[in-house]
Ligand binder design. Structure first.
Ligand SMILES: Cc1cc2nc3c(=O)[nH]c(=O)nc-3n(C[C@H](O)[C@H](O)[C@H](O)COP(=O)(O)OP(=O)(O)OC[C@H]3O[C@@H](n4cnc5c(N)ncnc54)[C@H](O)[C@@H]3O)c2cc1C
Length: 468
């Protein structure tokens, strides 16, 4: 990169926060997206505040330099992997937290991870109920940028539902605030839907391709005092899907409700049981795990009783596996994930939402792909908000075996197409969806129009948004 431009960046943030050193660039060439090729960026810059982000974008725009925002680097679908010739703006130094206790909201800088925020909020007996399984490294802003979800979503919806407003730096360097805080006289974040169209929503799931989120204002809630963890076993996918439906219809307070096929649970349970000395469990064709959470003990007990009655009325049974479900909620599935990493697997994933009664279609499609291409994989899903299942198929491969990795990459492309046809919807428009999406021409043209209007030089994380 031209020395004068590097000096310009150094002037904005200070020399120690800009690097063109080979080892630093190598570190930023990859993310947790294990099945994607790394790309070495031209420069890494680490601003400390919104004003610096604004000046960086102005300079990048002037020289038409592609920019890749990066927070925790934990994304799995190559969203934060640099583009050739790009710079990486890492946002972890934006660490402000401001609590608005009376408004039941909190504003966090783009560098705050869920782990840091939870530690802070727990001192006030509060919590942000939706968080990803990667909570220790993933930032709140990063999860908004990918339209994420996770434990807590079954009751509260996706991360986007928690957002009250965003401070965003646009590619031309201008700084906008959305939600109630757009009014400089407002007492803080108290409503997202202010001043007409939902501008906040434009940035949720936009993968950093419209601007850089520098601060996010979020809803917060009282931490639930009473929790119940249970696993419900069923012989058929239809019974499990109906159970999920009835949980919603009966207002049972399931914070996190997931559906697993028996083979998957057996596999993970074997790995964990070996490590923690747990007894063997015979899992049925489908299992539904549920953490119920309330602030009153009598309500938790009656919810748990009703859930067990519904399960039995559908021909299911309540399984004795409380430890597993306790992990799922308290450990944010960390033990599951650790089991994969510890066994050296890499995986490609193809996140999507499915209507609850269609969730078995995702399982069937990935099973078919596994048989046809010959690799190991699975999909599980969790109930998300009003009426969706968030499905996360994993396709495993041995990173040393390039042939196996290619099989997985090819199966992945094909799955995107078949999932789209099955009625699934991606919750972030990762680049590979471009070839899978059909009969949505007007929608994609509109998206392109928005992108070109906000970012005419196409500097903001090009191509991540469905290839735009
Ligand atoms: C073990 C494991 C478990 C996971 N579990 C979940 C899960 O349960 N739910 C889930 O949703 N995800 C999950 N993920 C994926 C990942 O954690 C999420 O995608 C996460 O939101 C990424 O956040 P990050 O801070 O690491 O962002 P990064 O990976 O740094 O960036 C993600 C994307 O957002 C953009 N971006 C980052 N910061 C900003 C910003 N401030 N402004 C604008 N754009 C920005 C980047 O350019 C990129 O496109 C998991 C990942 C791992 C490794």
């Amino acid at each position: 990169m031209d020395a004068k431009i590097v000096a310009g960046f150094e002037e904005i943030v200070g020399k120690e926060f800009v690097s063109t050193k080979a080892d630093v660039l190598l570190t930023y060439s990859q993310t947790a997206s294990m099945a994607a090729d790394p790309v070495i960026p031209e420069l890494v810059i680490r601003p400390a505040n919104t004003e610096q982000v604004s000046k960086i974008l102005m300079l990048a725009n002037e020289h038409k330099i592609p920019v890749v925002p990066r927070s925790g680097g934990s994304s799995l679908q190559q969203e934060a992997i640099p583009k050739p010739g790009s710079i990486v703006i890492e946002l972890l130094r934006l660490t402000e937290i401001k609590l608005y206790k009376d408004l039941r909201s909190v504003a966090v800088g783009a560098g705050i991870t869920y782990g840091e925020l939870d530690k802070f909020l727990s001192k006030h007996d509060l919590f942000l109920p939706v968080c990803p399984e990667s909570a220790l490294v993933c930032t709140v802003a990063g999860n908004i940028a990918v339209n994420g979800a996770g434990p807590g979503s079954s009751l509260y919806g996706c991360t986007g539902e928690m957002v009250l407003g965003l401070e965003v730096v646009l590619p031309n360097g201008s700084i906008i605030q959305t939600g109630s805080e757009a009014n400089p006289y407002a007492p803080g974040p108290f409503i997202r839907y202010a001043f007409g169209s939902d501008i906040t929503g434009l940035f949720i799931g936009s993968l950093g391709s419209f601007g850089i989120i520098t601060r996010a204002s979020m809803k917060i809630f009282r931490r639930p005092k009473y929790l119940d963890y249970n696993l419900y076993g069923f012989d058929t996918a239809e019974q499990a899907e109906q159970f999920l439906d009835e949980i919603k219809q009966n207002d049972i307070s399931g914070l996190f409700t997931s559906i697993y096929s028996g083979e998957v649970l057996s596999l993970f349970w074997d790995l964990l049981a070996e490590e923690f000395g747990y007894p063997t469990i015979e899992f049925q064709n489908r299992s539904v795990s549920m953490t119920i959470g309330r602030n009153r003990e009598d309500l938790v007990k009656s919810d748990a009783k009703l859930a067990s009655e519904i399960c039995k009325s559908l021909g299911g049974r309540v399984l004795d596996a409380k430890e597993l479900i306790h992990f799922e909620w308290e450990g944010r599935l960390w033990n599951f994930v650790r089991a994969c990493y510890a066994h050296g697997w890499h995986w490609r994933t193809i996140y999507h939402h499915q209507a609850p009664r269609n969730s078995h279609k995702s399982v069937d499609l990935i099973m078919e792909a596994m048989d046809r291409y010959g690799f190991m994989g699975h999909t599980a899903g969790f109930q998300t908000g009003h009426s969706s299942m968030n499905m996360y198929p994993h396709m495993y491969f041995d990173p040393q075996d390039k042939e196996e990795e290619m099989k997985v990459r090819n199966a992945h492309k094909e799955l995107a197409k078949s999932l789209f046809k099955s009625g699934a919807v991606p919750f972030k428009l990762a680049e590979y969806w471009k070839d899978a999406i059909e009969d949505m021409d007007d929608y994609m043209t509109f998206l392109k129009l928005i992108k070109h209007t906000i970012d005419p030089n196409n500097i903001m994380n090009p191509r991540v948004l469905g290839g735009i």
